[in-house]
Design a binder for this molecule. Sequence first.
Ligand SMILES: [Cu+2]
Length: 449
Amino acid sequence: MYIAIVIVALVAVTLILHFASPWWLTPLASNWSAIDTTIEISFWITGFVFVAVNLFLAWTVWRFRHNKNRRSHYEPENKKLEIWLTGLTSVGIIAMLTPGLITWANIVHVPDDALEIEAIGQQWQWTYRFPGEDGVLGAANARFVSNENRFGLDPSDPNSADDILVEHHRLHLPLDQPIKLVLRSNDVLHNFAVPQFRVKMDLVPGTQTYQWFTPTREGTFDVLCEELCGLAHYTMKGQVQVEPEEEFRNWLATYPTFSEVQSDSAVDLAVGETQYQTCAGCHNADGSGNEALNAPNLTRLDSRYMARQMRHYREGIRGTEREDEPGQLMVSIAQSTNVDTEPDLLAYIESLDDVDTAGTLTGDISNGQRLYGACAACHGSAAEGKVLLSAPALAGQSDLYLKRQLEHFSMGWRGKHPQDQFGTQMRLMTRTIHSPERLRDLLAYISTL
Ligand SMILES: [Cu+2]
């Protein structure tokens, strides 16, 4: 008897939670209202069956409850009932599958006037490629990927030269223009999804997949990697900004073509050396840093990482916190450095001999080694840094500096700004550290590398 009441109550609570839930589909921003309809049809059918079956169960429990004067009898076969049940189930399943099949046929059939764009997934970022004036994307393959050719384009394919490379986590798209998004992975499985567009698709290494949609609403939406299997896909966050055609064209014009990226590498180390005199006061003439001034060792850092940090200091992305005195100091330095000769300066710093700063913190090194397992994927097993993943070297760096940065990440002083894609990744990673003891163990281990 009680169990019947419990079942009815469960049905009632489920219905209330469903209809009063604040978690529902995000407002649609693409042409794919058909997906919403499909989801709703499935909900109505499964919801109706859920309610009907459970109420029937409750009724049965109540109606045939124990009674001394009644005896049950066994009926193994009932043809009529089975025909009815099979028939009704088939109708329900057909009603759920048909809208899905019709919608899928539209999803795989791309309109002829779609603008073709490539989205490249790699651990742990999204980048984008637009066909240049020829309207054709050149060939690409993960085996061409190198520090100089991070998109992995085939240099011998003439179609590659004018391709526009967008190495930024914010993709802009023109409003009301059908988009064919070709999806390519340079390493593992990923999954490109924008909840408001309602389309998502896996990226499979070694092959190309695609999705198409027409953005129908201006605004900025999150790009998520919804791949479950593997490490840290949740850190692959990006944005897509939908705007009128003209603003989109202006934005695209600020990005270089593949041939431009390949050719601008000439730097003048002598100019860099002169520029470096301003930095030497704190970072030391050999670049090894100065712990008394909180100035880190620069000798093992790659120039791409340093260029990003200088830009972040300059643009109010890093060192913004009033109490972050070392950060604020670098902000004023970065604002007064000459942007035109900065590539020369950073190339000069990169050319300095590696110098290692000795560790000062003690801790349980073997525990630190175990904890470092989570860091090695990005920073390298010897903490040498991985340029392709934008992760800097940690080996040889002052452990007091590393400690301060990790604390800043976890407090949100660094890596909180919406433009700080890689800082955000690192901020999410500091959640694996948990305690000051574990942090010390980790740093004691990094000092041994
Ligand atoms: Cu991913």
